[in-house]
Ligand binder design. Structure first.
Ligand SMILES: *[C@@H]1O[C@H](CO)[C@@H](O)[C@H](O)[C@H]1NC(C)=O
Ligand SMILES: *[C@@H]1O[C@H](CO)[C@@H](O)[C@H](O)[C@H]1NC(C)=O
Ligand SMILES: *[C@@H]1O[C@H](CO)[C@@H](O)[C@H](O)[C@H]1NC(C)=O
Length: 714
């Protein structure tokens, strides 16, 4: 593997431009943003649980024994400790002379896509303690699903999200978004199994259904999942109001609803499931379901709440080797961070044992799991700046359509390319930045206010349009369209010249989302000046003072407009189907106001936003909830719109293609004709910026209390 230093030095030179020889099909580069994602840097860690056979002595965690189990380079999360002893396939991977100290299954995002990995840690000499063993370990790594570069992956180019792996005997059970859900606005997440010795994969979730968070019972016979069932996703972004179903792990048969409200199931034994649910009192809590499993039927006997009101407890994990112990994540009033705790239920009264707060008090820790013999608890968190690996300004994302375009994630929002493809403008609040497309020279701040989005003039080199003022504001809020003209870098006399800023709107209302016409004469934008957000066109150089023309009119919101490169169309997002209802569809209209039509809509209540034309004006890239959510949102950091994924569609509404697969919030895509070679560009972050992301806002107890206090005091 290249050292981080090599990585930094060489990548900028690997980037090169070329225009695809035959650009009759849509081509080029699509660039988009993922909220907070470039700050995650997740690794999986473990802590030993001090065993005590006495039920009277509480369990303890050795807080000095934390180990990082994953590589410190990739984004690694959602771990699982498999039982080597029960898998002949895994045992066969061990070199004959060595013994394994640990094994870990997990999800890793590398080279722009997610895959499931298995690491075996081999003791390299005879250590006296397990800790010594871990320090002497050798790591053997096996990419399991998909195996990069294998023949199967080549014949099936579908890119997908992989998640929540577990192992039962030789059967790997996991979530994948590999196959489309036939209905719009429904999740593609489904549970699959792969028999490791033969590679035979089968789908366990029925077609058209979405399943999340699978857990296999200790015997392997049954798998429990959180699922919407046939009713489908209603648009939830905080708690998914899923039900718990169980089915036979072997073939998905015997699918039965066991708990009508719950998520993230885990098995303590063949007839006991723990799960989480947000109770009617608002607190996320752990519940225990007792089920009765017959040869052909499964039925629910009772549900009991385990954790009380007053704090949030969620994402439970159990192990057959640690009876009476549950690992959970909590949010308590005493900490602004998500921490892992163990609940010791052996004495009859529940004792709570802190796991991560004594070790890393100021980090969020996610999704615990316990080893088969009950001796370790694992979890993932942001590793910080450790190992000196760079964070990425531009990250190449593996695409199912690599021949059509390359796909890049930028560490900022509202990215757009200059018409010559040489520069990218993007927003990182508060501020608007420009960077060379190969990352050289680093980002330069060209405007320091709150600005969104960015669009380059087609004719005047170095002119960028944006809007200055608060985002997501009401119709009457003052937001103005401005143009920023960068100093001419080819002009030797320019020296340290500053960008020149010109305010184009004078109407005083909420004016935003400027997009220039390809002839450089006009700018289309949305304005709230009539009391509703509609589209207007003004002079690109003189602005509103040289006249303004209204393009759309009605008591609804038209916004996020984009002028096609051939000049014929303006695409925009609108809620005109159900004004104020929160649902947006994508429309197109000719600049002269004729030809209005709806292009794409993701179903009743759906959201399709931020359209941007392809270089040939025949397709649009946009962000949408068309693929719903791909994981329980509580298992991730905060995302306002965890359903956001990037799609393309023909302007006639045909051929919808999904480009991104993850459980995060992807948005604000744009498209340039220039083909950027798939490669990453590193950025150097300030020390404090490494783990800057928020935990789910709706779990913040202190904020809720503050809000309640404000509410009562006035
Ligand atoms: C994938 O990423 C790793 C670093 O995580 C790097 O060493 C490797 O060369 C990359 N592979 C490809 C095919 O780009
Ligand atoms: C790949 O995706 C296509 C549609 O995008 C789907 O029809 C096909 O079944 C998928 N391939 C596999 C092997 O699941
Ligand atoms: C409006 O513009 C479209 C596209 O340029 C054109 O086809 C149409 O004839 C125009 N209609 C009018 C009334 O000018």
């Amino acid at each position: 593997m290249m050292s981080p230093r090599h990585f930094l030095l060489f990548l900028p030179f690997l980037l090169a431009f070329s225009i695809l020889p035959d650009s009759t099909c849509a081509a080029g580069t699509i660039i988009f943003t993922t909220l907070g994602r470039s700050r995650y840097n997740f690794d999986i860690f473990s802590l030993p649980i001090a065993s005590s056979s006495s039920r009277r002595r509480p369990i303890a965690v050795d807080r000095h024994g934390e180990h990082r189990l994953t590589d410190g380079v990739s984004v690694n999360f959602n771990g699982y400790f498999p039982s080597l002893a029960s898998s002949s396939f895994l045992s066969s991977l061990l070199p004959s002379s060595s013994s394994s100290v640990d094994s870990l299954l997990y999800v890793s995002e590398r080279n722009g896509s997610s895959a499931i990995y298995l690491d075996l840690f081999l003791a390299s000499s005879s250590p006296s303690t397990r800790r010594d063993a871990l320090e002497l370990q050798t790591r053997l790594q096996f990419p399991l699903v998909p195996a990069p570069d294998d023949a199967a992956a080549e014949s099936d180019p579908n890119v997908s999200m992989k998640d929540r792996p577990s192992l039962s005997g030789d059967l790997l059970v996991y979530v994948s978004t590999h196959q489309p859900n036939p209905s719009p606005r429904q999740s593609w997440a489904a549970v699959y199994s792969t028999h490791l010795p033969t590679g035979r994969t089968r789908r366990l979730t029925p077609s058209g259904i979405a399943d999340f968070s699978p857990a296999v019972s200790p015997s392997g016979a049954w798998t429990a999942v959180a699922s919407y069932g046939a009713a489908g996703w209603p648009g939830d972004v905080e708690e998914l109001r899923t039900a718990i179903y169980v089915f036979r792990t072997e073939d998905g048969s015997g699918r039965t609803l066991v708990v009508d409200h719950g998520g993230w199931p885990c098995w303590a034994d063949e007839s006991t499931l723990y799960f989480h649910r947000r109770g009617s009192d608002g607190w996320w809590s752990i519940y225990r379901a007792t089920i009765s499993v017959g040869t052909t039927t499964v039925s629910l006997e009772s549900v009991v709440r385990i954790t009380p009101a007053g704090f949030h407890a969620f994402t439970p994990a159990t192990s057959a080797g640690a009876p009476g112990i549950i690992a959970v994540a909590t949010r308590r009033q005493t900490s602004n961070y998500r921490h892992i705790e163990l609940i010791d239920m052996r004495s009859g009264t529940n004792a709570y044992v802190e796991v991560t707060r004594p070790v890393t008090p100021y980090s969020h820790n996610y999704n615990p799991f316990i080893s088969p013999e009950g001796s370790q608890v694992g979890y993932h968190r942001c590793r910080g700046s450790g190992n000196g690996n760079p964070s990425l300004l531009l990250e190449n994302i593996k695409s199912s359509y690599p021949e059509a375009f390359s796909l890049l994630r930028v560490d900022g929002s509202f990215p757009s390319f200059s018409p010559d493809g040489e520069r990218i403008a993007y927003v990182k609040l508060p501020g608007l930045f420009v960077v060379n497309s190969d990352g050289s020279g680093g980002p330069r701040e060209v405007f320091s206010g709150i600005a969104f989005p960015t669009a380059w003039d087609w004719k005047r080199k170095g002119t960028i349009y944006t809007s200055y003022g608060p985002d997501f504001a009401t119709e009457g809020t003052q937001v103005d369209i401005i143009s920023i003209t960068l100093p001419d870098e080819d002009d030797d006399d320019a020296g340290n010249a500053q960008p020149s800023i010109k305010k184009l709107t004078t109407g005083g209302a909420n004016n935003a989302f400027p997009s220039p016409s390809p002839d450089g004469k006009w700018v289309v934008f949305r304005s709230g000046r009539s009391g509703h957000k509609n589209l207007y066109i003004m002079d690109a150089v003189e602005g509103e003072s040289a006249g303004i023309h209204r393009l759309t009119e009605g008591p609804w919101s038209d916004t996020m407009c984009n002028w096609s490169p051939d000049g014929e169309w303006i695409a925009f997002a609108s809620d005109r189907d159900n004004p104020g209802g929160g649902s947006f569809a994508i429309y197109m209209v000719h600049p002269n106001g004729t030809g209005l039509r709806r292009v794409v809509h993701s179903g009743s209540g759906g959201r399709t936003n931020h359209p941007w034309f392809s270089p040939d004006s025949k397709s649009l890239v946009f962000t949408s909830d068309y693929g719903a959510v791909s994981a329980e949102p509580i298992s991730n950091p905060h995302h306002y719109q965890p359903y956001g994924e990037i799609f393309t569609v023909g302007i006639d509404g045909s051929d919808i293609r999904r480009l991104t697969h993850n459980s995060f919030e992807d948005g604000t895509p744009t498209w340039t004709p220039y083909f950027l070679e798939p490669a990453d560009v590193a950025e150097s972050l300030q020390g404090s910026a490494w783990c800057e992301f928020d935990d789910c806002h709706w779990l913040n107890i202190q904020a809720q209390l503050d809000e309640a206090a404000r509410g009562t005091s006035c």
